[in-house]
Design a protein around this ligand. Sequence first.
Ligand code: AKG
Ligand code: FE2
Length: 486
Amino acid sequence: MFGFEIQQKKNIMTASMNVYTLEKSVLNVDCIDKKKALRSFSHVKIDRVSHFIPPDSYSEFFENCLLRNQPCILSSLNTAAWKSRKDWTCPNGKPNFEFLRETFGHAVVPVANCKREKYSSQPKENKSFSDFLDYWQNYIESDYSENLDSFYLKDWHFSRDFPNYKAYETPCVFTSDWLNEFWDSKADNDDYRFVYMGPKGSWTPFHADVFRSFSWSANICGRKKWIFYPPGEEENLCNKYGHLVYNIDSAELSDAKLYPNYSKVKSRIEVIQEAGEIIYVPSGWHHQVHNLEDTISINHNWLNGCNVDICWQYIKNNLLQVQHEIADCREMEGWDEQCQLILNATVGIDYDEFLRFMEVISENRINQLQNHLLLVTDQFDGEPKEQDTDINWPLDKYFVDKIEVLKTGVSSAADSKCLTPSGGCKMTEGQINHCVFDLQSVKDILHDMILTHEFCHLNNCKNRANDLIKTIDTLFNSIAQTNCMH
Ligand SMILES: O=C(O)CCC(=O)C(=O)O
Ligand SMILES: [Fe+2]
């Protein structure tokens, strides 16, 4: 169907346990190319998933939405049990201002002014949350008067500010989240988990997300209109100076002298997200968002083995731009390092930190797999605990070569921690497979990194990347030699 096929050789071990050997010879296309091929089959429509997504549908979502990079909306059943949906809203569906003020009023929050534009974004300032709520209630009382400002509380690191208040639980399909896993491991106490609150009419200008990550966004109350353009269309939405349009509905787009490529735009997708629904925004899809009512939402930016190549490509492209901008001082000593500094200041990460990112993600998975191997081999004296939940996640479909994986029957249970093994427990087959897929995805990036001149030029980076590739290969060999599911 997608122009390539993974053949498998199947040896029946016992009735319930098969060994799958993936033949390297039929996997002669790079995994990154296979991911690209899957993404090129765009629907240009947004599916609504009307049911609760249990962990055993993980592989369906993985294939249809994450690998294919296609947007979708999950039904409100997926947020029905969240504390924020009960505590933060009134029976009539409006925000519960009293509860919010009493519980979180003392917090300091970032607030954007939607009626102003400064350097292609809405200027932001910090306010106390109770002041913001006072403004919001007055604005509603004025019937959203044209004469008043439209303020939008954005990018509030709510979980960081209130770690003991469990406002929500990340749905299983969004839990392979390398971005927050990495940022949580750093000392700077930053993350990509946010709360947004805005009155009717507040909006977010046209953009693609940080590092070209995915996002998911759940409406706690209210409704949003989303306008999407698939990756690549943004080139037609830039003016003759190469600047992306700020408001996708502005009249200036029809000025052919200013936006010479606008007539080439092929697809625009609009969708209304209702209260309780969660929208999944794929990697590199540009979007603009309007609050149609007083709306509260929770969102995460995240990335994983499905889109890490898009992120790495984005960072490489940004370095090219930086190099172009300071090309006139190329001969000066330390020019490469200077480019990395500017890259970090503009994009938020440089090559050295991206390698650190890959190292942290791999270390976590290598440790999990090594602990599992210890538990299932003779070196462990004691009874390993069984994990009671599994995800339905067949590795053989997701392009990993040179690995023998033991398949057993899979069970399912509604546990959103489905991808993370609990301490002392054997990993489930699905968890093992996912770890292997993740490590293979890191390996693909490392291989690309060491082919990049600027990367190899940086102190010790090439050695670190090569060492990590060797460690991953050694682990893959031990997995292949061990009956993992003993
Ligand atoms: O809800 C909004 O205003 C913007 C959210 C957004 O851009 C996102 O979740 O990626
Ligand atoms: Fe966004």
